[in-house]
Design a protein around this ligand. Structure first.
Ligand code: PMT
Length: 412
């Protein structure tokens, strides 16, 4: 599923239709993408799905009452409306849409709609004849005119046995559109410099030291940053991936070549993300001829490379918001926190690499090097967030969202 970043507060309002059961899956999908979800329900929605289902899936209490005496100020609708980055009414019944389109506020859902200042989405669901009724269509046009984004409905077989327009869109589709819409362009006007892939440290004309990085994580970040509206510069080690067309690309081989490009470009960018697996050391001697295997044992003398990330983070002027990665085989949090502080970073995204003892160096299913999937534990000075195992493109979008969120907070 091609989903955009998310660390958003999503308020899901469930009104009373048989499609309410699909909204339970929607909560699960939204949370999987990193959103925090709170749920409100109309009394008729409670006839279809119990509160406990939504409470368990969202991890938050579910609200059903407009004036809740148990709440401190009994003004839950205002508190919730201000909390939300996005309000989605799913399913949106003909009745709820009619109320919202005319400004009625006689239950928690219609009142929330009226109180909301965030973007509002509705996923209609109803019998095909109700959908086709001119008054329903008029109400929908009024809502669209008021800025509501409609998702669906879809044609097909309906729960009542009839066939036609009115099925609620599938949760995965709602999730995709919702997150794309709600989080897009979060880096609009900003520039992002990203390093990706491995470096190669030559030993002789035919051999080099390198690592297992495929560049997938860094390239996914470049795509996600472009999608979020940023201007992107990608500094890439040797990989077999095609860079995104809109990115400005610098191809390098060695860590020192990567250093030269990054350190020059960093001051021109708002954000630097070091996703590359940079060699810490390079051979001191580069043999001009192929090394011969005449000796039983031999020794390589290595010289430390520049720590590109640390040098960017230490820039005294025009320093970009600096995000590092940490690839760890053990004590992930300790090492990541240590790098965050010692390298003076704004944020660090830590991932496990080589953690499967049966195939310690390379395991597709567990993320990290060369896998299409990954999971990240992200740390910054005041907090941390886990981004669950998912496709690297999804993960990159979540990380970009988190970076945008932290930058906004930092500049406040
Ligand atoms: O490319 P993939 O196959 O998709 O795999 C993704 C990844 C596992 C490579 C990626 O998610 C990742 O973890 N990248 C960082 C790998 C790494 O070098 O980690 P590290 O803990 O050794 O380094 C910490 C940070 O310092 C990194 O941001 C690294 O880019 C940076 N560094 C390291 C050494 C050096 N000389 N200069 C640096 O800038």
């Amino acid at each position: 599923m091609d989903i955009i970043i998310n660390n958003k507060h999503i308020l899901l309002a469930v009104s009373g239709g048989i499609a309410a059961y699909k909204s339970a899956e929607l909560v699960r999908l939204l949370r999987k993408q990193g959103a925090t979800v709170r749920v409100v329900m109309t009394h008729s929605a409670l006839q279809f799905v119990g509160m406990l289902t939504f409470q368990a899936l969202s991890g938050n209490p579910v609200h059903t009452e407009l004036l809740d005496v148990d709440e401190e100020n009994a003004m839950e609708h205002i508190t919730l409306a201000r909390w939300a980055d996005v309000l989605i009414i799913a399913p949106a019944t003909a009745n709820t849409m009619a109320k919202c389109s005319h400004g009625l506020a006689d239950n928690l859902v219609s009142t929330l709609y009226l109180a909301a200042t965030c973007p509002v989405f509705m996923a209609p669901a109803m019998n095909q004849a109700m959908w086709n009724k001119p008054v329903t269509q008029e109400n929908i046009q009024r809502l669209i005119g008021h800025g509501v984004t409609m998702i669906g409905p879809e044609p097909g077989e309906q729960a009542c046995g009839e066939t036609g327009m009115g099925r609620m869109s599938e949760p995965a589709e709602i999730c995709r559109l919702l997150l794309a819409e709600s989080t897009s362009q979060c880096l609009k006007g900003l520039s992002v410099l990203i390093s990706a892939g491995p470096t190669r440290e030559p030993l002789d004309p035919v051999r080099y030291l390198t690592n297992r990085s495929s560049g997938k994580m860094g390239y996914a970040l470049a795509k996600a940053a472009l999608k979020a509206g940023a201007k992107v510069t990608l500094v890439s080690g040797p990989v077999s991936l095609t860079p995104p067309e809109q990115a400005d690309v610098f191809k390098i081989e060695t860590a020192e070549q990567m250093y030269e490009v990054v350190i020059t470009k960093a001051v021109e960018h708002d954000i630097y993300i070091g996703a590359a697996a940079v060699a810490d050391y390079r051979p001191v001697f580069l043999e001009t001829h192929k090394i011969k295997k005449s000796l039983e044992q031999t020794t390589l003398t290595l010289q430390k490379n520049h720590d590109i990330l640390a040098d960017v983070a230490m820039l005294s002027s025009n320093r970009p918001f600096t995000v590092g990665f940490a690839a760890e085989t053990h004590d992930l949090e300790r090492y990541a926190q240590d790098k965050l502080i010692k390298k003076n970073l704004d944020m660090i995204a830590a991932n496990w690499v080589g953690q499967d003892s049966s195939n310690a160096l390379h395991n597709e299913s567990l993320g990290g090097f060369d896998s299409d999937q990954n999971a990240l534990q992200v740390f910054w000075n005041e907090g941390q967030k886990s981004l669950a195992m998912t496709d690297k493109n999804n993960l990159a979008e979540q990380l970009i969202g988190l970076i945008a969120e932290r930058m906004e907070l930092k500049s406040k």
